[in-house]
Write a protein that binds this ligand. Structure first.
Ligand code: CA2
Length: 146
């Protein structure tokens, strides 16, 4: 943990496709737009972000281990791993900094299997259904923590 370290913004599988498919579910903004929104929101509070996306469970886990050493907070949209990955949860539970789970869509208004998250029970907070503005809210939240 590093109090003045960057806010890690981690995005999981398929989120690189944002803005290219299923705009009726995920909107028309791209992942670059998400990163820009996070960066400008954090900058207003004098904070920096480290934004990464991976389609690979192990890579996301490696980044969480990295976050343990250097991040001041972690914001994660685990994508489909939200609903499947005990291993990602096992990594996230080791964090000693604020952890916010973000979903672009309202996972509770979709298929039943999306209603269960392996992450929610260990997160400081969960945001779903606000589109990419959920990332802004998550950045504002972690920036308001000591
Ligand atoms: O709503 C979210 O942010 C999700 O985490 C997105 C995941 C989904 O599995 C979760 O249940 C909810 C899927 C990410 C796929 O992203 C795409 C974006 C555009 C086009 C296709 C996929």
């Amino acid at each position: 943990m590093t109090a003045d370290g960057p806010i890690f913004v981690l995005n999981g599988p398929n989120l690189n496709l944002l803005g290219q498919r299923q705009p009726e579910v995920y909107g028309s903004a791209t992942l670059d737009d998400v990163v820009e929104l996070c960066r400008t929101t954090a900058a207003k509070a004098g904070r920096d972000i480290d934004a990464r996306q991976s389609n690979h469970e192990g890579e996301l886990i490696d980044w969480v281990h990295e976050a343990r050493l250097s991040a001041s907070a972690v914001i994660i949209n685990p994508g489909g791993f939200t609903h499947t990955s005990v291993a990602l949860r096992d990594a996230l539970v080791t964090l000693e900094v604020p952890l916010v789970e973000v979903h672009i869509s309202n996972v509770h208004a979709r298929e039943e299997f999306r209603r269960h998250s392996y992450v929610s029970g260990i997160a400081s907070g969960v945001i779903a259904g606000l589109g990419i503005q959920g990332y802004r809210a998550a950045i504002d939240f972690v920036c308001a923590q000591d």
